[in-house]
Design a protein around this ligand. Structure first.
Ligand code: SF4
Length: 471
């Protein structure tokens, strides 16, 4: 079953099962914990895999019998063969790397079809052409996963299959960084389907989006691209801006994105707010300048977040004591920034974020974006996203957080790590979002050890040292 956030879990999930696998992002962890608790109470064995299990294995072990890191068939087989309760601490299992092949769309169709039926307007089929990434952005979970293309014959078969299901399929490539082996990938698409018979969306880095590549992508039906820019002072490698910084980088990246927009109607540019390289108002002002210079691009903002042991940089953050144990439920890059900003006070930081978000989704910016977008659906999408929870919704949410930093006596001590007592505001939100599953949330599951990664690295070292001393 694919839970999209709207289903009635109590009605849809089977009551009696022997073994339950749950795949979850960290923002769904509390729901996953509650479900595991409910299933265990009925005698089932529970397993968690996916991003949350990779980022927070120690915490997940408290609530599941098995916690899976990299998962391939041998790991799944190991679980099936053992299939026993492991409590109070679950067993952690991991393959040495990502699987070398994954089931194609035809095999996944029985899951994809009912999920797409629930999508009201845009029915996007998720596909993968590769795993991992050759770049090393230190905050990213894929920066330590070696790049590997998946079998292009499977991609071809998937596309041919989709043409039997839709008049004009829409495929979203979920590769961490699409197009690293650009020619092989385009060859596969061109061999499988006539030019333009399928619409594509992909997340890619600017360094891969040269004009000759874009010409070929346009011919092949690419309609949406999501390049990451991240910062004006960092991450030059992936945008191929090298040592360019500040306004020079803004001008270069803006010209590049405007060129992309000549070939691809929908472009979302992604930024991370609060990176250590940023200081003062300038990074935010530069992003506003970018919004003016690149009116056709939809700006996507994420608050800097450290997802457990996702990335090596997180060890450094934990060593510096900067990670705040916001409940997992809020770790979606917007609900909370779980890192003390290096160069900003909390109030100052949120003020800048509110100001930038307001600017980016002001009437003037929405109008400019609509005017700069030619195709009808991208134009409509840009407006809807701006006036919905992504634009206006976030402005309201950040404004509320900023207000509470002054008005709510529980806020600042928690943000400044003077206490681990969670402000009631956050407890109430989790309760509301979990609905009836709140009652199944295990005791203590709103809290986690924000430094578990560091401890897992340091403790074995200390034990080895102590053992040596004893010898
Ligand atoms: S280019 Fe993208 S996917 Fe690759 S390491 Fe950087 S952020 Fe991660």
């Amino acid at each position: 079953m694919c839970y999209t956030g709207f289903e009635d879990l109590t009605a849809e999930l089977p009551a009696t099962v022997d073994l339950v696998f749950i795949g979850a992002f960290t923002e769904a962890a509390q729901l996953a914990y509650a479900l595991s608790n409910q299933f265990r109470s009925r005698g089932a064995i529970t397993v968690i895999g996916g991003p949350h299990a990779r980022c927070y294995p120690q915490d997940a072990q408290l609530y599941f019998d098995y916690v899976l890191g990299f998962t391939d068939k041998s790991v799944v087989n190991a679980v099936l063969n053992d299939c026993a309760p492991h409590r109070p601490m679950g067993v952690y299992l991991s393959a040495s790397g990502q699987p070398t092949s994954l089931p194609g769309v035809r095999e996944r169709w029985k899951f994809i079809e009912p999920t797409l039926r629930k999508a009201p307007l845009i029915k996007m089929v998720p596909m993968l052409g590769s795993l991992g990434c050759p770049y090393h952005c230190s905050f990213c979970i894929d920066s330590v996963v070696p790049y590997q293309p998946l079998d292009f014959d499977v991609v071809k078969e998937d596309l041919t299959f989709l043409l039997t299901k839709f008049k004009r399929p829409l495929v979203a490539f979920h590769d961490p960084n699409f197009g690293v082996q650009f020619d092989s990938c385009m060859d596969a698409i061109e061999e499988a389907v006539p030019a333009g018979a399928v619409d594509f969306a992909a997340e890619s880095s600017l360094s891969l989006l040269s004009e000759p590549h874009l010409i070929r992508m346009k011919r092949n039906g690419f309609k949406a691209l999501l390049p990451g820019i991240e910062s004006w002072y960092d991450m030059g490698e992936k945008s191929r801006t090298g040592r360019l910084r500040g306004i020079d980088k803004v001008l270069e990246v803006s010209a590049h994105v405007n060129m992309i927009l000549k070939y691809v109607p929908y472009v979302q540019t992604n930024f991370v707010l609060g990176l250590d390289g940023d200081e003062g108002a300038e990074p935010f002002e530069l992003t506003k300048r970018f919004v003016d210079l690149t009116p056709g691009a939809f700006p996507g903002y994420s608050l800097l977040s450290a997802f457990g042991q996702a990335a090596p940089l997180n060890l450094e953050y934990q060593r510096q004591g900067r990670v705040i144990p916001f409940p997992f439920h809020f770790l979606n890059n917007n609900g909370a920034m779980n890192l003390e900003p290096r160069n900003y006070s909390w109030s100052g930081f949120y003020q800048h974020v509110i100001d930038l978000t307001r600017y980016s989704f002001s009437r003037k910016a929405i109008f400019n974006r609509a005017r700069a977008t030619n195709a009808l659906i991208p134009k409509w999408l840009n407006v809807v996203r701006a006036v919905s929870s992504e634009g206006y919704g976030r402005i309201n949410y950040y404004t509320e957080i900023r207000r509470r930093l002054d008005a709510d006596p529980q806020f600042r001590p928690f943000f400044e790590q003077l206490t681990t007592e969670l402000p009631q505001f956050y407890v109430d939100r989790v309760r509301k979002d979990l609905g009836p599953m709140w009652d199944w949330l295990p005791e203590g599951a709103l809290y986690h050890d924000a430094n578990a990664y560091l401890k897992s690295e340091i403790l074995p070292e200390m034990e080895t040292r102590e053992a040596r001393l004893v010898v």
